[in-house]
Design a protein around this ligand. Sequence first.
Ligand SMILES: Nc1ncnc2c1ncn2[C@@H]1O[C@H](COP(=O)(O)OP(=O)(O)OP(=O)(O)O)[C@@H](O)[C@H]1O
Ligand SMILES: [Mg+2]
Length: 143
Amino acid sequence: MKLADEAETRALGAKVARLLQPGDVITLQGPLGAGKTSFARGLIEALGHEGEVPSPSFAIVQPYDHLDLPVWHVDLYRLEDPSELEELGLDATEDSVLLVEWPEMAGRWDHALQLEIAIDEALGARRLTAHVPPGWKTRWPPR
Ligand SMILES: Nc1ncnc2c1ncn2[C@@H]1O[C@H](COP(=O)(O)OP(=O)(O)OP(=O)(O)O)[C@@H](O)[C@H]1O
Ligand SMILES: [Mg+2]
Protein backbone atom coordinates (compact mmCIF):
# COMPACT_ATOMS: atom_id res chain seq x y z
CA MET A 1 0.00 0.00 0.00
CA LYS A 2 1.37 3.40 -0.95
CA LEU A 3 1.35 6.28 1.56
CA ALA A 4 2.05 9.42 -0.44
CA ASP A 5 2.56 11.77 2.47
CA GLU A 6 2.19 12.15 6.22
CA ALA A 7 -1.52 12.97 5.90
CA GLU A 8 -2.17 9.63 4.18
CA THR A 9 -0.27 7.77 6.88
CA ARG A 10 -2.33 9.47 9.59
CA ALA A 11 -5.53 8.77 7.66
CA LEU A 12 -4.68 5.07 7.54
CA GLY A 13 -4.15 5.15 11.31
CA ALA A 14 -7.61 6.71 11.68
CA LYS A 15 -9.20 3.99 9.52
CA VAL A 16 -7.54 1.25 11.52
CA ALA A 17 -8.80 2.90 14.74
CA ARG A 18 -12.38 2.12 13.70
CA LEU A 19 -11.58 -1.60 13.44
CA LEU A 20 -9.89 -2.04 16.79
CA GLN A 21 -10.97 -4.45 19.49
CA PRO A 22 -9.73 -4.61 23.10
CA GLY A 23 -6.58 -6.72 23.35
CA ASP A 24 -5.39 -5.94 19.82
CA VAL A 25 -1.67 -5.45 19.32
CA ILE A 26 -0.28 -3.57 16.33
CA THR A 27 3.46 -3.52 15.76
CA LEU A 28 5.05 -0.83 13.61
CA GLN A 29 8.36 -1.53 11.94
CA GLY A 30 10.49 0.57 9.63
CA PRO A 31 13.55 2.82 9.83
CA LEU A 32 13.91 6.07 11.77
CA GLY A 33 11.53 8.65 10.34
CA ALA A 34 9.48 6.09 8.41
CA GLY A 35 6.17 7.33 9.80
CA LYS A 36 5.39 4.95 12.68
CA THR A 37 4.52 7.75 15.09
CA SER A 38 2.53 9.53 12.35
CA PHE A 39 0.37 6.41 11.99
CA ALA A 40 -0.04 6.24 15.79
CA ARG A 41 -1.11 9.91 15.91
CA GLY A 42 -3.85 9.35 13.36
CA LEU A 43 -5.07 6.30 15.25
CA ILE A 44 -5.00 7.83 18.75
CA GLU A 45 -6.68 11.07 17.62
CA ALA A 46 -9.40 9.09 15.83
CA LEU A 47 -10.16 7.32 19.12
CA GLY A 48 -10.96 10.70 20.62
CA HIS A 49 -7.72 11.94 22.14
CA GLU A 50 -7.38 15.70 22.06
CA GLY A 51 -3.96 17.21 22.57
CA GLU A 52 -0.50 16.06 21.82
CA VAL A 53 0.61 12.59 20.88
CA PRO A 54 4.32 12.75 21.66
CA SER A 55 6.78 10.20 20.36
CA PRO A 56 7.31 7.79 23.26
CA SER A 57 10.95 7.21 22.37
CA PHE A 58 12.20 8.61 25.70
CA ALA A 59 9.31 7.67 27.98
CA ILE A 60 9.09 4.25 26.22
CA VAL A 61 5.41 3.93 27.25
CA GLN A 62 2.76 6.60 26.72
CA PRO A 63 -0.65 5.51 28.04
CA TYR A 64 -3.97 6.96 26.85
CA ASP A 65 -6.13 5.57 29.66
CA HIS A 66 -8.92 8.14 29.36
CA LEU A 67 -10.17 6.83 26.00
CA ASP A 68 -13.20 4.50 25.76
CA LEU A 69 -10.77 2.07 24.18
CA PRO A 70 -7.52 2.75 26.06
CA VAL A 71 -4.28 2.69 24.08
CA TRP A 72 -0.72 2.13 25.18
CA HIS A 73 1.70 3.68 22.72
CA VAL A 74 5.13 2.15 23.13
CA ASP A 75 8.50 2.80 21.48
CA LEU A 76 11.18 0.24 22.32
CA TYR A 77 14.01 1.92 20.41
CA ARG A 78 15.80 2.83 23.65
CA LEU A 79 15.14 -0.43 25.42
CA GLU A 80 18.53 -1.62 26.57
CA ASP A 81 17.64 -5.15 27.53
CA PRO A 82 14.51 -7.24 26.86
CA SER A 83 14.37 -7.93 30.62
CA GLU A 84 13.27 -4.30 31.11
CA LEU A 85 10.02 -5.27 29.39
CA GLU A 86 8.74 -6.98 32.53
CA GLU A 87 8.83 -3.66 34.39
CA LEU A 88 6.76 -1.89 31.74
CA GLY A 89 3.65 -3.91 32.57
CA LEU A 90 2.70 -4.46 28.93
CA ASP A 91 1.05 -7.79 29.69
CA ALA A 92 -1.91 -6.19 31.45
CA THR A 93 -3.55 -5.06 28.25
CA GLU A 94 -6.58 -7.32 27.61
CA ASP A 95 -8.88 -4.29 27.80
CA SER A 96 -6.61 -1.97 25.83
CA VAL A 97 -4.83 -1.70 22.53
CA LEU A 98 -1.07 -1.93 22.35
CA LEU A 99 0.76 -0.01 19.61
CA VAL A 100 4.45 -0.87 19.49
CA GLU A 101 7.19 0.93 17.57
CA TRP A 102 10.48 -0.97 17.28
CA PRO A 103 8.96 -4.35 18.35
CA GLU A 104 12.13 -6.09 17.12
CA MET A 105 13.81 -4.89 20.33
CA ALA A 106 11.58 -7.29 22.23
CA GLY A 107 11.00 -10.09 19.72
CA ARG A 108 7.43 -11.03 20.57
CA TRP A 109 3.78 -10.27 19.75
CA ASP A 110 3.46 -12.99 17.12
CA HIS A 111 -0.35 -12.55 17.12
CA ALA A 112 -0.05 -8.84 16.30
CA LEU A 113 -1.07 -7.07 13.14
CA GLN A 114 2.46 -6.38 11.93
CA LEU A 115 2.81 -3.25 9.81
CA GLU A 116 6.08 -2.33 8.16
CA ILE A 117 6.70 1.07 6.57
CA ALA A 118 9.52 1.39 4.04
CA ILE A 119 10.85 4.65 2.67
CA ASP A 120 10.81 4.73 -1.12
CA GLU A 121 13.59 7.22 -1.84
CA ALA A 122 12.74 7.43 -5.51
CA LEU A 123 9.08 8.29 -4.90
CA GLY A 124 9.68 10.26 -1.72
CA ALA A 125 6.73 8.27 -0.40
CA ARG A 126 6.25 5.36 1.96
CA ARG A 127 5.21 1.81 1.28
CA LEU A 128 3.31 -0.17 3.86
CA THR A 129 3.22 -3.93 4.00
CA ALA A 130 1.11 -5.87 6.46
CA HIS A 131 1.54 -9.27 8.02
CA VAL A 132 -2.06 -10.15 8.83
CA PRO A 133 -2.70 -12.69 11.63
CA PRO A 134 -5.90 -14.81 11.76
CA GLY A 135 -7.61 -12.33 14.10
CA TRP A 136 -7.29 -9.58 11.50
CA LYS A 137 -8.15 -11.48 8.29
CA THR A 138 -11.69 -10.07 8.08
CA ARG A 139 -10.54 -6.57 9.03
CA TRP A 140 -7.66 -6.05 6.62
CA PRO A 141 -7.27 -4.06 4.42
CA PRO A 142 -9.29 -1.26 6.08
CA ARG A 143 -11.83 0.60 3.95
N1 LIG B 1 4.27 9.18 3.61
C1 LIG B 1 4.69 9.61 4.82
N2 LIG B 1 4.18 9.09 5.95
C2 LIG B 1 4.61 9.50 7.18
N3 LIG B 1 5.55 10.44 7.38
C3 LIG B 1 6.09 11.02 6.29
C4 LIG B 1 5.69 10.63 4.98
N4 LIG B 1 6.40 11.37 4.09
C5 LIG B 1 7.19 12.16 4.83
N5 LIG B 1 7.01 11.98 6.15
C6 LIG B 1 7.75 12.65 7.23
O1 LIG B 1 8.57 11.68 7.86
C7 LIG B 1 8.58 11.89 9.27
C8 LIG B 1 8.03 10.66 9.97
O2 LIG B 1 8.26 10.82 11.34
P1 LIG B 1 7.72 9.79 12.43
O3 LIG B 1 8.09 10.39 13.76
O4 LIG B 1 6.31 9.46 12.19
O5 LIG B 1 8.65 8.52 12.14
P2 LIG B 1 8.92 7.24 13.03
O6 LIG B 1 8.86 6.08 12.12
O7 LIG B 1 8.02 7.23 14.21
O8 LIG B 1 10.44 7.43 13.52
P3 LIG B 1 11.19 6.92 14.83
O9 LIG B 1 11.76 5.55 14.52
O10 LIG B 1 12.28 7.93 15.03
O11 LIG B 1 10.21 6.88 15.96
C9 LIG B 1 7.76 13.14 9.53
O12 LIG B 1 8.63 14.24 9.59
C10 LIG B 1 6.85 13.22 8.33
O13 LIG B 1 6.45 14.54 8.02
MG1 LIG C 1 8.35 7.17 16.24
